[in-house]
Design a protein around this ligand. Structure first.
Ligand code: ASP
Length: 317
């Protein structure tokens, strides 16, 4: 069992070896390793799990391969709107932002909401104004641009289709299932003081309309942390994850039914979510140093680095 540990994800979905080139696989693996090291280095120094998950998610947001921060998907109006959240399992403090534009690292803004405001969730222009008041870094539109996300959006533009996807072509997919890859990023960690935390960040769905917000910034759905139970970050089709109150349900199964982290995550991912077509997965830690990464899709970009020496990065089932 580990004294301190971090786990991360970079999205789940129909991630198949046959869709991948060796170079792309290496780029993903390197990015995941870099994010793990960014968080783990802080934990090793005795810094808090909240800072560690923020550092890991920031690293993934900065990588253009993932649908969060730089490289986020395009909404129906051609904008890139992002959602993020963070929660501290020691204090049950939480911060979240939804539908924000031009924020370099939405997880940093969620952290500022948690630590510098009296609120839990800020949205859109108001969140942007708050960001400016806190000197949170902003970037112009072209910083967030990536041609593969743009091409994905161009294939859906003008349709009613919204796609949850990672970064492959959607053009050959049947209508209604324009790809099944979820590129959200997230991290969970346990620090040397026995405190746990979780954070999640996403660009949401390609071609999303009407201010659509998924599970990622919703405390209890995409993100939850409580020292008494677990820290969870989810990725997948946001709507079922919201309806299943997914992350909090894992915590409830542990708190009220006495299940282990692994048992609780397994029931939620492979039973409760599947019953409502909730494709995706989650990562979790508890205060005892258990860690799990469970998904019901073909793959999930994921990794963990633990003080007991476990160190893995994987993509496929
Ligand atoms: N859960 C995210 C959303 O629905 C998408 C993802 O996980 O990739 O916005």
């Amino acid at each position: 069992m580990s004294d301190f540990t971090i786990a991360i994800h970079g999205g789940a979905g129909t991630i198949l070896r046959s869709d991948m080139t060796a170079d792309l696989e290496k780029a993903y693996t390197d990015a995941l390793e870099q994010a793990l090291i960014a968080g783990y280095a802080l934990l090793e120094k005795g810094i808090s799990s909240v800072d560690a998950v923020k550092a890991a998610v920031t690293s993934l947001e900065d990588c253009i391969l993932f649908n969060a921060g730089r490289g986020s998907v395009f909404a129906a109006d051609g904008s890139q709107e992002m959602d993020a959240s963070i929660m501290d399992g020691e204090t049950l403090m939480a911060g979240a932002v939804s539908a924000v534009r031009n924020i370099k690292n939405p997880v940093e803004l969620a952290y500022a909401v948690m630590t510098k405001s009296q609120h839990v969730m800020l949205n859109g222009q108001g969140a942007y104004d708050f960001a400016l008041s806190q000197a949170i870094k902003t970037e112009k539109d072209d910083y967030f641009f990536s041609s593969f996300r743009y091409d994905q959006w161009k294939q859906l533009q003008g349709t009613d289709e919204a796609a949850l996807d990672h970064n492959v072509s959607v053009k050959d997919m049947p209508a209604g299932q324009a790809d099944k890859k979820f590129g959200t990023v997230g991290a969970v960690a346990l620090d040397k003081n026995g405190n746990i935390a979780a954070a999640t960040s996403t660009g949401g769905m390609t071609n999303k309309k009407w201010g659509r917000v998924g599970d990622s910034p919703i405390i209890g759905a995409g993100t939850y942390a409580n020292n008494r139970t677990c820290a969870i970050s989810c990725t997948g089709h946001g709507e079922p994850f919201i309806r299943a109150v997914t992350a909090y349900d894992v915590s409830c199964l542990m708190e009220y039914k006495g299940l282990s982290l692994h048992e609780a995550m397994h029931i939620v991912v492979h039973d409760k979510l599947l019953k409502i077509d909730g494709e995706g997965g989650m990562i979790g830690v508890d205060a005892k140093g258990n860690v799990a990464m469970i998904f019901n899709s073909e793959g999930m970009y994921r990794g963990m680095k633990c003080s007991d020496g476990r160190n893995e990065v994987s993509i496929y089932k």
